[in-house]
Design a protein around this ligand. Structure first.
Ligand code: TRP
Ligand code: ZN
Length: 464
């Protein structure tokens, strides 16, 4: 076994203990209680054990004046063990009632855990439906790195972005990317405002001073990629030559700056499809909000969300995430370089093929930074804590890993690996160990030295 894989296996043993301690769990399966987390070392309470969600049907009403949300969430799930009770994640908000298969269920709140006790225990393998009625004024959650995510009120609505934790600020959820599901959204907002979610717009209707938007995300999606961003938006719709339905929503205050960049979206998606394989979803687009306090963009599935008019590099980055991060999802936040390193490398490739710097130049410029630079603060596949998952080593050194791989195997093989990754794990998950394996299997070369150095070794790597 290559050193890379061995080390990963060792570290993977840690989260189980952490979760068991926090949940006070003991032999959870024997007692039939689902655990309070899926075992993510950086976010021990994220997600829950004992069931999987197949579909979320969310019916929401948001009053942009009072900033109050009323919601009904219907989750279609399947028990993966016997369950006398199970957890959902929900932070803030007031829960009015919970039913399991139409029977009233007991529930209690404990931090971000909504603990549900169905009237009868659920047998392993059993499909069940949970309905949660809730309301309140949603607030964002503060991440370990100090940034806010989740439901972030704006002057004309809300910027709704859930990476890594924020989905639980606006709906009850199995809040971890290991559990992907399809979504239906029915969102009612004051007339004149637009609610933009993921996927395809099924319809909209205005009555009694309110407009209801119905959206469907038909491809499996991680909860952190869900959005129902609300604002005053100019809307543009068209279908690409590949039959992808595009829906762009732009805050008028950002329209002039956004227009020249958004015009390039079909071209960017076509260029990325040429490199990475077919675009993985039936819908695409952009939400360009005016949310000066947010400070980041997010690759919300099918329809990235920008806090202001993006530049072209950011559009290329969030678009590349549709393949890397959205269609192919993480199983642990520790693997975040699989998202950010790949999306950053897409920017380098775009520059290279559009008259800008070569990827080699981008690599060299970074490599010239002294050993004391934050770029070398930790290895990209081992950020050490949730506070580092959006750090420079994850993005920049993560891209450098891919460049080193490309130099080792050649351009054609490198692109074959990227395409195989997107194809093999489409609508699913991928781990760092699986990526290393795929690279070795595609090339027939041992690459453990390269990956060990660039992904896992502390400090600035010596030049190869
Ligand atoms: N994933 C986003 C991107 O790089 C960035 C992001 C999302 C982020 N949520 C965040 C960065 C919270 C810092 C904090 O495209
Ligand atoms: Zn990114």
């Amino acid at each position: 076994m290559p050193a890379v894989l061995r080390r990963k296996a060792l570290l993977a043993a840690v989260p189980v203990t952490v979760t068991a301690l926090l949940a006070g769990a003991g032999p959870a399966v024997a007692h039939g209680t689902g655990s309070a987390g899926v075992g993510d070392p950086y976010f021990p309470l994220a997600g829950n054990g004992g069931y999987e969600v197949g579909h979320y049907d969310l019916t929401l009403r948001y009053d942009t004046g009072s900033r109050r949300l009323e919601g009904r969430a219907i989750l279609t799930a399947r028990a993966t063990q016997r369950l006398t009770r199970f957890d959902l994640d929900l932070k803030g908000l007031k829960v009015a009632s919970v039913t399991v298969d139409h029977a009233k269920a007991d529930f209690r709140r404990s931090g971000q855990e909504l603990v549900v006790t169905p009237r009868r225990a659920l047998r392993p393998g059993r499909a069940f439906r949970v309905t949660v009625d809730y309301h309140g004024a949603p607030k964002p959650v503060t991440d370990p790195d100090g940034s806010a995510d989740g439901w972030i009120p704006t002057d004309d609505g809300a910027f709704v972005a859930g990476e890594p934790q924020g989905a639980m600020t606006w709906f009850p959820v199995n809040n971890h990317p290991t559990d992907k599901a399809t979504y239906d959204f029915t969102v009612t907002v004051p007339k004149g405002r637009t609610a933009v979610a993921n996927g395809v717009l099924l319809g909209q209707r205005t009555a009694h001073g309110r407009t209801t938007f119905r959206w469907r995300a038909a491809e499996p999606m991680a909860a952190y990629l869900a959005t129902v961003t609300v604002g005053t938006f100019k809307v543009e719709r068209y279908t690409t030559r590949d039959g992808v339905e595009v829906y762009n929503a732009v805050d008028p205050r950002e329209a002039r700056a956004a227009a020249p960049v958004l015009r390039k979206l079909p071209e960017v998606l076509a260029w990325e499809s040429g490199l990475f394989g077919p675009y993985p979803f039936r819908a695409a687009g952009a939400i360009v909000d005016h949310a000066p306090d947010v400070g980041y963009a997010l690759e919300t599935q099918t329809r990235p969300l920008y806090d202001s008019a993006p530049d072209l590099a950011t559009l290329v980055h969030e678009s590349a995430h549709q393949w890397f991060g959205d269609s192919v999802s993480l199983t642990t936040w520790k693997d975040i370089w699989l998202n950010e390193g790949f999306a950053t490398y897409a920017e380098w490739l775009y520059d290279e093929q559009h008259g800008g710097d070569t990827a080699q130049k981008s690599f060299d410029t970074l490599y010239a930074r002294p050993a004391s630079d934050e770029l070398w603060a930790f290895p990209p596949a081992d950020p050490g804590s949730g506070a580092n998952i959006f750090g420079t080593p994850v993005y920049a050194r993560g891209a450098m890993v891919l460049h080193e791989l490309r130099r080792a195997v050649g351009d054609k093989t490198f692109l074959r690996i990227l395409r195989a990754w997107a194809t093999k794990h489409r609508d699913g998950h991928g781990t760092t160990a699986q990526f290393v394996k795929l690279a070795e299997a595609t090339t027939g070369k041992r690459l453990d030295g390269l990956f060990q150095t660039w992904l896992f070794t502390e400090g600035k790597p010596r030049r190869a």
